[in-house]
Design a protein around this ligand. Structure first.
Ligand SMILES: NC(=O)c1ccc[n+]([C@@H]2O[C@H](COP(=O)([O-])OP(=O)(O)OC[C@H]3O[C@@H](n4cnc5c(N)ncnc54)[C@H](OP(=O)(O)O)[C@@H]3O)[C@@H](O)[C@H]2O)c1
Length: 287
């Protein structure tokens, strides 16, 4: 086991579902935990739950709305001020939308939160990840990455064919894998591993904000087949705590390396996504 005692763990979207289960479980290792939140009462609930299971763990909530690039920058600045180094970054905050809507930055919400959120947040925290020897980045992706064969470069926002939102969600999770592979190569000499996971079908509040008539019945029908948030968090916990075996740029399911789509390993496409992402966040990252 990689001992997390006194190490710093940053986790996004920890106020619900998989991220919450991961934060509570990891807190038992006694690291310093910084988690992002949007809703103050959910953040307070998590603080109480962590204090109950691990009274000595230092926990710091930091506000972030991942659909707003200014909010991501502000949050990253705060975290950079609060930490001398970061040992584990878990990019987990995510959303499923059944209808099209754009963020204030003019980007479709699913792509903005699920991909650009991970991309910008990680790059802004990179100096602290490089700070203290070994570090790990875990990107929560999904088997849904195979809902699409490739990135829809000609209309990355799916403005003209959003449908019920499944393909835009799939594309955002494919983007998580392309980002994981590209970043892993960029950081290959920095002792920072970058891996992605699929948590399984998990009983969480994912998609609960959607107003489509079928949203709620679909979640109720699927619920008995879905695993618990803690079970869904297992691969995250595994990657955050396992002995360093040098594995990077991989996709894990049930704590084991798993095959992802052929396209998700295409490094030219991964580089193309990197350049588009830089353009969309208006910043270049020379790693
Ligand atoms: N559940 C599954 O079956 C499943 C399967 C494959 C992959 N995943 C992935 O697992 C990750 C976690 O999802 P989950 O199932 O645990 O869903 P969840 O229960 O809805 O939790 C999602 C978390 O992300 C946060 N979040 C959503 N939009 C945000 C935004 N704009 N800004 C900041 N935070 C935001 C939520 O904050 P609030 O608490 O404020 O809503 C919440 O803490 C996602 O990346 C998802 O794609 C889930």
């Amino acid at each position: 086991m990689w001992n997390l005692n006194n190490k710093t763990v940053v986790i996004s979207g920890a106020t619900n579902g998989i991220g919450k289960a991961a934060a509570i479980e990891l807190s038992k290792e006694n690291p310093k935990i910084l988690f992002t939140y949007r809703n103050q009462s959910l953040a307070d609930e998590l603080l109480t739950e962590i204090k109950d299971v691990s009274p000595n763990t230092r926990v710091q909530p930091v506000y972030c709305d991942f659909s707003d690039q200014n909010s991501i920058k502000k949050c990253a600045n705060e975290i950079n001020d609060l930490c001398t180094s970061i040992d584990v970054l878990i990019n987990n905050a995510g959303v499923v939308n059944t209808s099209y809507h754009e963020t204030a930055d003019g980007i479709e919400n699913t792509f903005a939160v699920n991909h650009l959120g991970y991309f910008l947040f990680t790059n802004l925290l990179l100096q602290k990840l490089k700070g203290d020897g070994e570090a790990r980045i875990v990107n929560v992706s999904s088997a849904a990455h195979s809902f699409v064969k490739k990135m829809q470069w000609e209309d990355i926002n799916f403005k003209h064919n959003f449908g019920q939102g499944l393909r835009p969600y799939g594309q955002s999770k494919l983007a998580n894998l392309l980002f994981t592979r590209r970043l892993a190569i960029k950081l290959s000499t920095d002792n920072i591993s970058v891996n992605a996971i699929h948590p399984g079908g998990v009983n969480t509040s994912l998609g609960s904000q959607n107003k489509a008539w079928y949203s709620k019945p679909l979640r109720l029908i699927l619920r008995p087949f879905f695993r618990s948030p803690l079970k869904g968090a297992e691969s995250i916990i595994y990657l955050a705590t396992k002995q360093d075996d040098g594995v990077t740029g991989e996709y894990f399911v049930d704590s084991k390396i798993h095959k992802s789509s052929t396209y998700s390993k295409n490094l030219e496409e991964a580089q193309k996504l990197w350049e588009l992402s830089e353009k969309l966040v208006g910043q270049t990252f020379n790693i």
